[in-house]
Design a protein around this ligand. Structure first.
Ligand SMILES: C[S@@+](CC[C@H](N)C(=O)[O-])C[C@H]1O[C@@H](n2cnc3c(N)ncnc32)[C@H](O)[C@@H]1O
Length: 213
């Protein structure tokens, strides 16, 4: 039986809360095979960050236990003035807070609603499991979410999705057509869009830069 997107998100929050209780601050807790593939994803997302302007602020939607912040290269860590992590899983947020408890630049929110604008907004892995929501409605949820990310970013956004170019499919995963995604981003966000489908995982990363950023 198909469920509403809101019910899917509730199921997802529950699932990830249990996973972080079971597996702690590990790639497996956030559904990735291992640290290497998690980090490979982060490296694609980091490409949106332009360090030539000096310091930057960043929001991480669906931050999990804040692995993205932990894995940033040293130069980026030093230049990051603000990191806001958002997640719908209560347990993920409390583990993330614990991981950065003595760090004032890092703040965490139990929410999917990005409150403050930051230079960049990124999201890794938040669109993959649709938990039996209708694919059409999940696609609408993806577009609404990336629109929200774009509205809250001063300089750019980056996110990943599973690709429809796969050799098999699981029925709980949302597989996105890269051509369709590129068209939507160009239509909604202007011409400064790049799509990276070249890092040997069954997914792709989209970077959108704003204006002169
Ligand atoms: C696959 S995990 C990835 C976590 C982290 N980005 C990483 O790569 O290590 C996805 C996380 O996103 C959260 N999530 C999914 N949709 C969300 C949304 N719309 N807003 C906030 N958090 C969301 C889930 O609760 C889960 O913790």
């Amino acid at each position: 039986m198909k469920i509403q997107v809101s019910e899917a998100l509730d199921a997802m929050a529950k699932d990830y809360s249990q996973r972080v209780i079971d597996y702690g601050s590990t790639a497996v807790a956030v559904g990735w095979a291992d640290f290497e593939t998690q980090d490979l994803r982060f490296k694609q997302l980091q490409k949106v960050i332009d360090l030539s302007g000096g310091g930057f602020s960043l929001s991480d939607l669906g931050c999990g236990y804040a692995a993205f912040a932990q894995a940033l290269p040293k130069e980026m860590q030093q230049k990051m003035r603000v990191y806001h992590g958002y997640d719908i899983s209560k347990e993920m947020i409390s583990v993330a807070k614990e991981n950065f408890k003595n760090n004032e630049t890092h703040q965490f929110f139990l929410s999917s609603d990005i409150q403050e604008k930051t230079d960049y907004v990124i999201a890794s892995g938040i669109f993959n499991h649709h938990f039996d929501a209708e694919p059409k409605e999940w696609w609408a949820h993806i577009i609404k979410t990336i629109r929200h990310m774009y509205d809250r970013a001063e300089k750019g956004i980056a996110f990943n999705v599973m690709t429809s170019y796969v050799d098999y499919q699981e029925d709980y995963i949302y597989y996105c057509d890269p051509m369709e995604m590129l068209r939507v981003c160009l239509d909604h966000f202007g011409r400064n869009v790049s799509l990276h489908h070249d890092y040997n995982l069954f997914e792709f990363t989209v970077l959108v830069k704003k204006g002169n950023a």
